[in-house]
Write a protein that binds this ligand. Structure first.
Ligand SMILES: [Zn+2]
Length: 60
């Protein structure tokens, strides 16, 4: 299981495409929503931030 870079032992559900690190839900905040991640829709953190809440709940 991939671990959160900030929380060893906690499962990381998302990966930051900019930093190249894995993050848990608590830590998953887009690092650069304007300058970097906006052009990288495969970044799950950016995608989650951009999609409706319903999609997030369904995928959890
Ligand atoms: Zn974390």
């Amino acid at each position: 299981m991939p671990e959160c870079v900030n929380h060893p032992g906690r499962e990381a559900s998302l990966e930051c495409a900019k930093r190249g690190v894995r993050l848990c839900d608590e830590c998953a905040v887009c690092a650069a929503p304007k300058s970097h991640c906006e052009n990288r829709p495969r970044c799950l953190i950016w995608a989650r931030r951009s999609l409706p809440d319903a999609w997030i709940k369904d995928s959890a």
